[in-house]
Ligand binder design. Sequence first.
Ligand SMILES: Cc1ncc(COP(=O)(O)O)c(C=O)c1O
Length: 381
Amino acid sequence: MPRVGCRELFALTQVIARGQLLRYRGGEGGFTEKFENELREKLDIKHVLAVNSGTSALISALVGAGIGPGDEVLVPAYSWIATATAPLAVGAVPILVDIDESLTIDPEDIKRKITPYTKAIIPVHMLNLVANMDAIMAIAKQHRLIVIEDACQAVGVTYKGRRVGTIGDAGAFSFNQFKNLNAGEGGAILTNDDRIFTRARMYHDVGSFTREHEFEGNEPVFAGVNFRVSELTGAVLHAQLSRLDPFVRRLRKRHKVMYNELSKARKGHVSPHNDLSNAAALSMIFDTPDEAKHFARFTGVEHLIDTGRHLYTNWVPLLTQRTFDERMNPYKWAKRQIDYSADMCRATLDILGRTCRVSLGAQYPLPYMRLRSKMLLNSLK
Ligand SMILES: Cc1ncc(COP(=O)(O)O)c(C=O)c1O
């Protein structure tokens, strides 16, 4: 996550001096609009809509794509819970899919989990890793499924030369405190699809019937919510955007150096990566959970099963199928009985139990990270 500093402060000062803290300024573009335009160019995508969180981005993208009651959405069993609860917010139900050793959704398990009611897949690019988009897009094409990429944890990262979030029908970014762009809270929807964009924009702005937008097309107005982003957030994001690519480059450089060392390990091996030549994250997988636990005693190494919150077994609201009002419970609208259990994604539990994430230390000098990887390697001989 980049540090915030003078640039952000200067941008915020300008917004406050203007006294216009709402993003929509009667047609006059502010920082939020500039941010969207510049991000659109950087990502080479037709539409970018800034919203107030990554969760809002996922929900709006699902609304945009027409996912709703009775639909099943495939999500990985390892992610932040918002990936799995976003379908519930639109009346659909999430179906949990195992990950593979790349720590992203397993295309083979996607195939096993498809039913006649499956409408969408949400692959997640976890921890700056990338999902196997070639395989996922091929399956989606064959079964006519929508793909919404959850790129909340991988803003700016590429998969085979394309930015994650721009490969599927739509993508979602998060700009919360822990992400590659940090505005405390924030998010964005990315899409090349005019209809998804129009519907998502309408939904995120209570139907946006008062705005004069260019892309309303023939879409009838429907009721929405308020997921609008503040101009204060837009200003912080605009100030940070030019630092995104240098940040990702730092990760890639450190990956190369650390991969060269850690791939010599005799105990355990570097986890497979779906686009190794552009990798911006690294993890190690071991034969046993004990070996992984032992490796995690080092600073900057994290035993993934212990990070808890990102594991489906801890997604209590989901496992209990409870919603704020029983009459609005999407499991009642599902076309079949949906059952969850703690051991339904055994491969995910097994893989995370044996895997450690190794921090690439973007904030530290490269020679220091080289030394650190040598030290880690010594422990694996
Ligand atoms: C993979 C993933 N999806 C979705 C989200 C939701 O983003 P936000 O916290 O901005 O709502 C997060 C945030 O942590 C995330 O990591």
